[in-house]
Structure formats: structure tokens, C-alpha cells
Write a protein that binds this ligand. Structure first.
Ligand SMILES: *Cc1c(COP(=O)(O)O)cnc(C)c1O
Length: 395
């Protein structure tokens, strides 16, 4: 059939460019040691930065949530799917982040992807008077949110505060929205948030910060990039995801209560979808207890020690590690097939490190992306460092 031929031609093109992605089936809980496609592997690719995805207390809370609320929510939040567990989670998140936001409230979304679509489209009130200023390395969900908002979309170069400043100064829009990842997920570097926030305050713009990789992992108490940079402002609109360091799933927006009320009324990815199972929200209460408490501090300290160990141990000459103080460590190799060959060689040794290719990263910067977790041991990281150093020498 002609329609199918078109698809096959397209797939063959991806194959030729070494861009076909494949999924692997994991048979055990998310952890550094897992069984995948029948093989026992040491994995450095999850976003489970604190090791909470399979934490006994979080898993037990999930069971308890099912006992209390059953399996599903049954409806969207604005109909009858809004459960007491969702209310408790939102109150707990708002309280947790209150030191950084004015009159803080939080809103729980099914996924971070949806939260980002919702927050940008929801804040674009009076569509045509809104301009969205988007950082060039932003996550796909922020890019899609900008497109869906039907506003004028302007992209500023990576971490370029001066370029953004002149764009904001030139703008005549009555509603300005700057959106940025806090921690760039494929590079591991941090956005210059204090400077961006100062600009936004000067120009009367919102600053939407997507802290998907920072929430729970950064800051003394796990309050993410807000705490790491000690930010506080009514202009801040914070997006945290709960499937990464928090180990469960879903996401939230935290901001001034007027922002949250606006999103409840306007954000279509919030309104027109079935509420996430209440058991997830119930499990997240347990995960927040860990993040905010002594165990969370210990886990972050261990994670930081592992990051320092990797930093100390790698002796790379041809490959280029992107400087990063975070759990995301990118090693740029260059060509797609070279990066995929390196990933395959590690796989053969029982080490699972993802190879990242265009279009996720710019052409010519295919890379290995190592993510560390508090669930890793120093021996795990030593094994990885040794394998990477040896592989680069042989390549
Ligand atoms: C993972 C991620 C998201 C999406 O969050 P999900 O809850 O997985 O949908 C959004 N932004 C960034 C930067 C991410 O890394």
C-alpha cells in the first residue's frame, strides 16, 4: 500500500542516518543493577536521582494509596477525579516551596510534558499580546508549549543573558513570558537563573523555570534550583516533575495563587484529561517526606560524592565531557555511529549508558549521557570510570 510505503521509506531514512531508536524491556525495579532483555546490567541512564523509584517506603505508600483510593481517579479534576490525596500533595508542595514564592500554591499535572504545555498556554492570556522567549536548548515539551500557545515565539541563544535582555527591551508585548530549563537535560549545565530572574523583574516578565532534573536533587533541602540559587520572586513560575528524583510520576506547577487559579481555569492539558490515580499522589507524599528530611539530605550528599568521584576519575583526551556539577554528565563523541558504538561496547561489558543522537542534540554532538543516582555505590562509579577511560583509549 502506498501509505505504508511512505512510512517505510521514512523509517529507512532514519536507519541510514543511525537515528532509529529502540526500546529495551526492563524486567526488574528501577535500580542501578537491573535485568534488561534478559541480561544483568549496571545502569547509568535513569533519572531516579535519589533512588526513590523502588524505595520500600514509597512503594509501601503506593500500596496504601491503592487500599485507600482504589486504582483510578475516574474523571478529570474539574469533574469528580480530584481526590483528597491530590489536595494533600498540592498543599504539601506549596508549603515546601513557599520560601521561594509569594503566596504559593501548587497544581498537580499527570506528566511534566503536560504541565509545560499547560503552563505556557495558560499564562498566554490575550494570545496576541503575549510574547514567549524560549531558551534554545529547552526541552521538547517547552518548545511544544510555546507552539501550542499561538503567541509570538522568540528563541534566545543558550545561556545568553545579554541577547535575552535586548529581545525583552525591544518587545512591545503586554505579556512577556521567559521559559527555560534550569538544568539542561542533555548537557548537565545550569541556566543563569539569578540573572534571568533579575531581567524578568526589570521587564515585567514571567520566568517559567522547568526544574525537571533539579527538584529533589539540588539544594540543601531538595527544593531544587530555587534553593540552589536562592531565588525568590512573584515573577517565578516553577515546574517540578515527580517522575525523576521524586521517583513516582506526574509533575506540578508552583507559583502565586493567582497563577494557579488561572491554570485551573485555562490550562487545557490540566482540564481535559483524567486525573492521575490518587495512589500516585499518596505515594508522592512519602517521597516528599524523604526528600525534605534527613534521609534526603544524606542521599543528596552521597550523590554529590559520586559526581565528584566521576569528575576525579575520568581521564578523557579525545572525547569531551561537558562541565557539570550535576548528576547529568555528558561525554560528547561527535558522529552518531561513534557514539552508538561506544554505547554498544559498554553494553557488551554489562554497563548500560545511553547514546544520545540528533535530533535530541545538535548534529555532530552525539554523546554518551551518564546519569548518576544516590542508589549507585562508589564501586559502581569506579567500574564505569575504568570502562570509559579504557574505551576511549581504544577508540
Ligand atoms: C522529563 C522532562 C520533562 C517531562 O516530564 P515528564 O513528567 O517525564 O513528562 C519536562 N522537562 C524536562 C526538562 C524534562 O527533562
Amino acid at each position: 500500500m502506498e501509505l505504508l510505503n511512505k512510512l517505510d521509506t521514512h523509517l529507512q531514512l532514519l536507519q541510514d542516518k543511525h537515528q532509529i531508536r529502540q526500546r529495551r524491556a526492563v524486567e526488574t525495579p528501577c535500580a542501578p543493577r537491573l535485568t534488561v532483555d534478559g541480561r544483568d546490567m549496571l545502569a547509568f541512564c535513569s533519572n531516579d536521582y535519589l533512588g526513590l523509584a523502588a524505595h520500600p517506603k514509597v512503594a509501601a505508600a503506593m500500596h496504601e494509596g491503592v487500599d485507600l483510593y482504589g486504582a483510578g481517579s475516574g474523571a478529570s479534576h474539574l469533574i469528580s477525579g480530584h481526590s483528597r490525596a491530590h489536595v494533600q500533595l498540592e498543599e504539601r508542595l506549596a508549603e515546601f516551596l513557599a520560601p521561594h514564592l509569594a503566596d504559593a500554591r501548587a497544581l498537580y499535572f499527570c506528566t511534566g510534558y503536560m504541565a509545560n504545555l499547560g503552563v505556557i498556554t495558560g499564562l498566554a492570556v490575550g494570545d496576541r499580546n503575549t510574547e514567549v522567549f524560549s531558551e534554545s536548548l529547552n526541552h521538547a515539551s517547552l518548545i511544544d508549549g510555546g507552539r501550542l500557545s499561538r503567541t509570538t515565539l522568540k528563541v534566545y541563544p543558550h545561556a545568553d543573558v545579554a541577547a535575552l535582555e535586548s529581545m525583552l527591551a525591544d518587545s512591545t508585548a503586554s505579556n512577556k513570558i521567559v521559559v527555560t530549563d534550569s538544568l539542561f537535560s542533555m548537557d548537565g549545565d545550569l541556566a543563569p537563573l539569578p540573572q534571568l530572574l533579575a531581567l524578568c523583574e526589570r521587564h515585567g516578565a514571567w520566568l517559567i523555570v522547568d526544574d525537571a532534573h533539579g527538584f529533589g536533587a539540588l539544594g540543601e533541602n531538595g527544593r531544587g534550583a530555587l534553593e540552589h540559587f536562592n531565588l525568590r520572586s512573584p515573577n517565578l513560575v516553577y515546574v517540578g516533575t515527580l517522575g525523576k528524583a521524586a521517583g513516582v510520576g506526574g509533575a506540578f506547577v508552583a507559583a502565586h495563587s493567582s497563577v494557579i487559579e488561572t491554570l485551573i481555569q485555562r490550562a487545557r492539558p490540566y482540564i481535559f484529561t483524567t486525573a492521575a490515580p490518587p495512589a500516585l499522589a499518596h505515594a508522592l507524599l512519602a517521597s516528599l517526606d524523604i526528600i525534605a528530611g534527613a534521609e534526603g539530605r544524606e542521599r543528596r550528599a552521597h550523590l554529590n560524592a559520586l559526581i565528584a568521584q566521576l569528575d576525579d576519575g575520568l581521564r578523557l583526551q579525545k572525547w569531551q565531557r561537558i562541565p557539570s556539577i550535576t548528576a547529568v554528565q555528558a561525554i560528547v563523541i561527535g558522529a552518531n555511529e561513534d557514539a552508538m558504538r561506544a554505547s554498544a561496547a559498554l553494553w557488551e561489558q554489562g554497563i548500560w549508558v545511553g547514546g544520545i543522537r540528533p535530533p535530541t542534540v545538535p548534529v555532530g554532538t552525539a554523546r554518551l549521557r551518564v546519569t548518576l543516582s544516590a542508589a549507585h555505590t562508589a564501586q559502581d562509579v569506579a567500574q564505569l570510570v575504568e570502562a570509559l577511560n579504557a574505551l576511549e583509549r581504544r577508540s
